[in-house]
Design a protein around this ligand. Structure first.
Ligand code: ASP
Length: 310
């Protein structure tokens, strides 16, 4: 089978000065994931390593450089889901792990549970070979300054100097047809300590089912959770006959694009929320949609070239 990969770095009003960093981060992460997939590697490895690259890139609100919560700490959430087995591994509100997506994979592969949070997730990390770090190692001065301004005023793009948002995610299909999706985030700026959004919740910020497709979402978690957006997308992909073929600019029919559009329309109309999603249908056809002015995302075209936005 031909592998496929789509990734994102958040949907928001990305200002012109932030676009080059977003594009460079997406390009680098796509290269890492695509190298794995094109050499016959697994979708699980491709999604994990792509998300690690995005977590390590301070441009995005995941891993190092994430927004601070009300207490001035970084609290991270991540999930991985395997579309073949429907197994998932998820962690939330972790403060001492550099790459929460690696911990999510350990939960998927080595725990009998689906989701671990806070201290329990970190205990599991230490027991499973993931080094614990100080929370300070995840905090950038840029974010501390923004946090102080947001506390005194309110969360605003101008306080974050081009880094207002930036949850990350990836969906991959490998040459054996395995489908995996993942999402990782620092969550929303100044969130209440312990607040968990959609990102690490299966069905909300991420879903994968080889019989329908794989999905990763971004946007205001409190809205996305209410409409269970990732599972909605997967269900619509499964029932593709209810969607007329949707023609993209090249004239190729794409049910995937129609489904992605329908989900962000529902997000806007039903819960008045902004955001976006990426997906691969069960054949590996990519699609992205957002109701924000822009989304950082990229995918590999049929000829192997990269399509990158914004
Ligand atoms: N969905 C994330 C959350 O609510 C934030 C985002 O995607 O921008 O935590």
């Amino acid at each position: 089978m031909k592998p496929s990969l789509i990734i994102h770095g958040g949907a928001w009003n990305i200002p012109a000065e932030a676009k080059p960093d977003c594009r460079a981060g997406i390009q680098k992460a796509l290269e890492i994931g695509w190298t794995i997939l094109s050499r016959g590697g697994s979708a699980m490895d491709a999604v994990e390593e792509t998300i690690v690259a995005l977590e390590d890139d301070a441009t995005f609100d995941a891993g190092i450089g994430s927004h601070l919560n009300l207490d001035g700490h970084v609290q991270l959430d991540a999930v991985l889901m395997d579309g073949g087995t429907l197994k998932a591994g998820s962690v939330a509100a972790v403060e001492h792990v550099r790459n929460p997506v690696r911990l999510a994979r350990r939960v998927l592969e080595h725990s009998k549970h689906v989701m671990l949070v806070a201290g329990g997730a970190e205990k599991f990390a230490a027991e499973n070979g993931i080094p614990l770090i100080t929370n300070d190692e995840l905090i950038l001065e840029r974010e501390r300054t923004a946090w102080k301004k947001c506390l005194a005023d309110e969360h605003a793009a101008e306080h974050h100097v081009g880094h207002e948002s930036g949850t990350v995610g990836a969906v991959a299909m490998d040459s054996h047809g395995n489908l995996v999706a993942g999402t990782s985030t620092g969550g929303t700026c100044c969130k209440y300590p312990g607040r968990v959004g959609d990102s690490p919740l299966i069905g909300c910020g991420c879903y994968a089912d080889a019989e329908s497709g794989g999905v990763s979402c971004t946007g205001h978690g409190e809205g996305i959770m209410k409409i269970v957006m990732a599972k909605m997308a997967a269900d619509l992909l499964h029932d593709e006959r209810i969607f007329p073929a949707h023609r993209d600019k090249s004239g190729t029919p794409s049910v995937a694009a129609a489904v992605a559009d329908a989900c962000v329309r529902k997000l806007a109309h039903r819960v008045h929320t902004t955001g976006g999603l990426i997906l691969l249908d069960r054949e590996g056809q990519p699609a992205a949609a957002f109701n924000t002015p822009a989304m950082a995302y990229g995918y590999v075209e049929a000829d192997g070239s990269f399509k990158i936005a914004p």
